[in-house]
Ligand binder design. Sequence first.
Ligand code: ZN
Length: 343
Amino acid sequence: MKKKLLPTSTVGSLPKPAWLAPPKKLWSPWKLEDDQLTEGKQDALRVSLHEQQLAGVDIISDGEQTRQHFVTTFIEQLSGVDFENRKTVKIRDRYDASVPVVVDEIRRQKAVFVDDAKFLRQQTSKPIKWALPGPMTMVDTLYDDYYKNREKLAWEFAKVLNEEARELQDAGVDIIQFDEPAFNVFFEEVNNWGMATLERAIEGLHCETAIHICYGYGIKANTDWKKTLGSEWRQYEEIFPKIQSSSIDVVSLECHGSRVPFELIELIRGKKVMVGAIDVATNKVETPEEVADTLRKALQYVDAENLYPSTNCGMAPLSRNVARGKLSALSAGAEIIRKELAL
Ligand SMILES: [Zn+2]
């Protein structure tokens, strides 16, 4: 991968065009069908790529234009899952969601995102990053009527994630990111088996690997939860030692506008850190100086060559206009710091 100081990226999702899926909601239903849907998803991916490049983003993602949801779309492609008779469960200990049901042994009979990744690879020579859900967050986003044991199911998911990740790597993906918002909620499980199952998911990979741990999309259930977390959010402290001793390369964090004390980043010194410098829970577009300020604070605990400026989380629920503005602010903020570092 070509080395540029402070390479910018999104965490993953970007808003979809309104002709593909109604905007500003999670699990938004597709407006097209069959071949038209396939073509529509590819067109949306092209637009998303174009907008990221126009905004000066350095590490390109697919904007998750081809998936309805960052977790359930992957689960639905596996055998052993019933996604028609869904059940409502409480996810992240926080809000109800209609989710697929595991009814039999989990198997990955076909690749899930590999064709999409090949398509993105053909469109750009910039480094590309692909997000997959992590094993623990998958377990926490379904109803299990078969294994009836979260750890056991996580090991099964780790196995199929590893199969998918190896094919994504072979398709030319530079960074594979695993989304684990559940890590911020179930600390004991992270330390007992969550990180171990993620290690299984990245086994044998030689591309860069990342873990994304945030406080969730900017939806009401999450912003309400954040209000209960007090004046200092120290959740990362519970899991960072485990992550620090793992073989994961990059850790993606929520920083901007959050109450996470920056000094916690010291606990993962040596890792690459995707510093969230864009708040995804507000429509207010950050100024470049605000972004730069967050990056400056993070630089006390991350060496410059290890700092990847990013968003706090996915931007799927935002308007396209706001998301575009935020991407440009991210690039402009990173540029301010690059100039300062060059002095
Ligand atoms: Zn997130």
